[in-house]
Design a protein around this ligand. Structure first.
Ligand code: CO8
Length: 374
């Protein structure tokens, strides 16, 4: 390919509300006690399983998460509700997800030194969109005053990287001068706060990147995309069954299987080797070895996963400078984790430094970009 395609700007929106592990566990344990008291007879008869207590120590040790951000804190910790309270907006108002997308997008545009008229396409790529249509991306496009076209795409944890892949291809094909890829990960409505196995995992955030060609780029921190690589392999180990079919089958549309649920241990065991092999093969395409990589912006689901993958690749532990961790603060933010790491840890790299941005998760899906500081 003759013209180089690059990432020229990144934006990050962080919610103002925080839930610490301690707050989350206190609320869940109060809920569990109430549930067990209300169901005491059925639990004693063996018909209902008692809810065990959660523990802040377990959460930090098993995942590395200390806190998470949430778009609206009201309701999520209320033992009589256990889900966030986010008032519905009218069709005339900007939707919640578009609102957070716009904030991240504006920051990415500013970082890339771009105006709305410089952008030809908008991709909103994330784990959930709040409605089927009109596409949230088209709403965002309208709000920002961008011409051209926009669309939504869903690839769970790999939505952000897969979105950047599509942007890369669109710019390479000459179908767009510059593409805005936005990841408004408003995941808290799908978290089962009554399930101790998963109540701690997720946080809300929005990230955005600008992908354009070297012909138009004029920002301060610019990264050539050397190539992109993706793989998917079907697995039921991470699943959410919520969807429009609920109305037709009469099952509870908010039942536990309709929310996020997973076989966390299996995911850990199956995804780690898959991700390490994927990254190694991707680097080989450029005659690069893991030791040649200055920075790893890895998916942020579990600190032990990231340590293991980095160790497999490097043969030793990666330093925090080499493979920054943001999930202690942000928790798992679905597809945005690696982009948050990139947003917070990219401007110290020197010309020629190589970095790898990689997501892994539900699907299974793995998406990587090998980039080089210009
Ligand atoms: N407090 C105390 N004990 C607990 C808790 C808790 N909160 N939770 C579980 N335990 C108990 C378990 O019940 C178990 O007890 P026992 O041994 O008696 O059965 C014991 O602790 C050990 O449990 P696990 O084996 O499950 O513990 P792990 O060490 O495996 O840790 C993790 C659990 C942290 C979930 C870990 O397995 C993990 O992170 N795995 C990787 C999962 C992963 O990366 N998934 C990706 C999901 S994200 C994604 O793909 C995006 C989806 C779209 C976004 C959705 C947004 C809503």
């Amino acid at each position: 390919m003759s013209k180089k395609i690059l990432i020229s700007g990144v934006g990050l929106w962080t919610p103002e509300h925080v839930i610490t592990n301690e707050e989350l566990v206190d609320s869940y344990n109060a809920y569990a006690d109430k549930y067990n008291a209300e169901n005491a007879a059925e639990i004693d008869a063996g018909n209902v399983v008692a809810k065990p207590h959660s523990s802040a120590e377990f959460i930090q040790k098993a995942s590395g998460i200390k806190q998470r951000y949430i778009y609206r804190k009201d309701g999520a910790l209320d033992v009589d509700r256990m889900r966030p309270l986010i008032p519905e907006r009218t069709d005339e108002e900007l939707s919640h997800q578009a609102e957070i997308a716009v904030v991240a997008a504006k920051k990415a545009l500013a970082a890339a030194n771009k105006k709305p008229e410089d952008i030809d396409a908008v991709i909103v790529s994330c784990a959930y969109t709040q409605r089927a249509y009109p596409a949230v991306a088209i709403e965002v496009q309208h709000e920002l005053g961008i011409s051209g076209f926009a669309f939504d795409m869903l690839v769970a944890c790999s939505a952000a990287t897969f979105g950047m892949h599509r942007a890369y291809e669109m710019v390479a094909a000459g179908n767009a001068r510059a593409v805005l890829v936005i990841n408004p990960e408003l995941v808290s409505p799908q978290v089962n706060y009554t399930d101790r196995d998963s109540h701690f995992i997720f946080g809300d955030v929005a990230t955005a990147t600008v992908v354009e060609s070297e012909e138009t780029a004029n920002a301060e921190h610019v990264f050539d995309i050397l190539s992109t690589k993706a793989v998917t392999r079907f697995s039921n180990n991470i699943r959410s069954n919520f969807g429009y079919m609920s109305r037709a089958h009469d099952a509870d549309p908010y039942g536990a299987d309709k929310l996020f649920h997973q076989e966390g241990r299996k995911v850990f065991k199956e995804v780690c080797p898959m991700a390490a092999e994927h990254i190694e093969t991707h680097l080989q395409q450029h005659d690069l070895a893991p030791a040649d990589v200055r920075r790893w912006w890895l998916h942020q689901a579990n600190i032990n996963m990231n340590l293991l993958i980095a160790k497999r690749l490097l043969g030793r532990e990666a330093t925090a400078d080499e493979a920054p961790i943001v999930l202690d603060r942000y928790a798992n933010t679905a597809s945005a984790g690696s982009v948050i790491a990139f947003a917070l840890h990219h401007d110290d790299l020197q010309r020629g430094d190589v970095g790898v941005l990689c997501s892994f998760g539900a699907g299974y899906s793995i998406g990587s970009l090998v980039v080089q500081k210009r």
